[in-house]
Ligand binder design. Structure first.
Ligand code: ZN
Length: 258
């Protein structure tokens, strides 16, 4: 049973699933390796703090929900990694993709998932007058070739914010929480920003959002096997999300309108 609250947890990159009908389009000989390095492994479990969670059902190699739909708006499309990737993280060819096929994928996965996130937000706005999106990710412990930030000194945790949608107090709470627990923390580095559905983007302050990115070394090895740190990270995230909800209630006086 999920806790009823203004929180929605968004998990876009944890799936390793490539549907059978999509497999034939992949040309990379290192597909398994690509899945290994690009997936936010276990994030659907690590961020499961008992709140409503929306998890993208297929691998980001099929479709990346967090990119702009339109390649002309998406900076990563210059690297062949817009909403539908055609390049691998090392910039070698990933798959063949016609414009028609791309559009099919976008309709089937991208639009459907955006609608479910939008609905989850809408439901919370209706019930609580507020919504807090927690955008849950993890990242590779060393910079991958496609990434813009190539600084090898990566923090344990990265908090991603948006000037319009992330309350300063919330970002401060998260940084303070992790630092007190002994993690190194950076804001908007190596990754910046946080997910907000387009319908509310920069036009509805009631929709608040913050991104958490975990360095994978905290919970798994390079073969995606979890290690002894896993349970600690999971427990800390649960405690953090509970704290974030309390702060959100204090700041915005959330109450159940049902
Ligand atoms: Zn991610």
């Amino acid at each position: 049973m999920k806790k009823r609250s203004p929180i929605v947890i968004n998990i876009p990159h944890s799936s390793t699933f490539i549907p059978e009908e999509e497999k034939k389009y992949f040309v990379s000989e290192r597909l398994e390796h690509e899945i290994l390095v690009m997936t936010d492994h276990y994030c659907d479990d690590l961020y499961d703090a008992g709140y409503e969670m929306i998890r993208f059902p297929v691998s980001r190699l099929v479709c990346d929900f967090e990119r702009f739909r339109d390649d002309s708006m998406e900076s990563m499309s210059a690297k062949g990694m817009g909403a539908c990737y055609v390049s691998c993280s090392d910039q070698s060819p990933l798959r063949q993709l016609s414009d028609t096929h791309r559009e099919e994928i976008l309709r089937k996965y991208y639009d459907t998932y955006h609608r479910s996130l939008e609905l989850a937000v809408e439901e919370r706005l209706g019930q609580y007058g507020e919504c807090l999106i927690i955008d849950g990710h993890s990242f590779y412990e060393t910079p991958l070739p496609y990434e813009y930030d190539q600084d090898p000194d990566r923090p344990d945790i990265c908090i991603g914010t948006d000037d319009y949608h992330t309350p300063v107090q919330l970002a401060d709470l998260m940084c303070g929480f992790f630092e007190k627990k002994g993690y190194s923390v950076a804001v908007n580095a190596p990754f910046a920003g946080t997910m907000v559905p387009m319908k509310y983007y920069r036009c509805d302050k009631r929709v608040r959002s913050v991104m958490i990115e975990l360095n994978r070394r905290l919970y798994m090895n390079r073969q995606s096997e979890i290690h002894i740190g896993y349970d600690r990270v999971k427990a800390d995230i649960r405690e953090l999300i509970d704290n974030a909800l309390n702060l959100h209630r204090c700041l915005y006086g959330t109450h159940n309108r049902a």
